[in-house]
Design a protein around this ligand. Structure first.
Ligand code: APR
Length: 247
């Protein structure tokens, strides 16, 4: 049976689709994940640099850690899973991409509207005047980089315990409440509020599909769990959905 049929969905550009991504979607691009096998903490340099990063986050130590991550990501390319999501945005009239990733790979794959729950490593934010500044170049000329007001910037990334931008959060929650199909790709689903989002969508009537080589706390709630790698399984799922639309 076709997946759409199995899910009880009719695929057309009017289907309301939300995708939530986590670090696993970028693993096959070469960006390490945060937990488990293949995680960043298996790299001694990452552990050493991260130990010197910390509040108020506008310090040289923090930026040395982020420059290491930015350098790593700048050498990576989006993979077929990122591209599949960019294609979905083109096809579906009401498509929302929510990511926990700060690596910017969705935008590099062509996704135009990305709700970056945890911010972006490619921007800095001033603790003094609040300006947010694009920092696309790596390595940076000076660490920490400075704001136009002369103060040091911090990475525009949400750290543990910090609030998510309310506008980003409310757009994400609104999309969750109206989704008909919710895709959960490459997240361990242990960090909130992201981990709650698929449940909100399911509660509101969405069918949910998880793509992850490993089970997660969300697995029991899914309509379908695909045990596979995002770069293979997501384009295959997308192709499958599209083929049932034209049938
Ligand atoms: N394809 C899809 N998923 C994969 C792949 C793959 N090829 N390889 C691993 N995974 C899965 C893992 O099984 C795991 O469930 O990706 C998930 C990665 O989990 P985490 O490293 O915990 O990443 P994430 O869920 O995005 O973490 C959330 O925690 O520290 C933070 O702020 C950071 O945004 C991050 C948040």
């Amino acid at each position: 049976m076709r997946i759409a049929e199995e899910l009880g969905l009719r695929v057309s550009p009017r289907l309301r689709v939300v995708a939530l991504t986590g670090a696993g979607i970028s693993l096959e691009s070469g960006v390490p994940i945060f937990r488990g096998e293949g995680s960043m903490w298996e790299i001694p340099e990452a552990r050493r640099l991260a130990s010197r990063a910390g509040p108020p986050w506008n310090t040289r130590g923090t930026w040395e850690y982020y420059e290491w991550r930015r350098g790593l990501v700048s050498r990576c390319k989006p993979n077929p899973a990122h591209y599949a999501l960019a294609e979905m945005e083109e096809y579906f009239e009401d498509f929302c991409l929510i990511t926990q990733n700060v690596d910017g790979l969705h935008s590099r794959a062509g996704s135009r509207r990305v709700l970056e729950l945890h911010g972006s490593m490619w921007r800095g934010r001033c603790l003094e005047c609040g300006r947010v500044i694009e920092l696309p170049e790596t390595p940076l000329k000076a660490l920490p980089p400075l704001c136009a007001c002369g103060r040091p910037l911090r990475p525009d990334v949400v750290q543990f315990g910090e609030p998510i931008d309310p506008a980003v959060l409310s757009s994400a929650l609104a999309a969750c409440r109206s989704a008909e199909l919710f895709l959960v790709v490459g997240t361990s689903a242990v960090v909130y509020p992201a981990a709650q989002m698929p449940l909100i969508a399911i509660e509101s009537g969405a069918r949910a599909v998880e793509i992850n080589p490993n089970p997660t706390p969300l697995t029991p709630f899914m309509s379908l769990s695909i045990r596979g790698r995002a770069a293979e399984s997501l384009p295959r799922l997308w192709e499958e959905l599209l083929s049932s639309a034209s049938a």
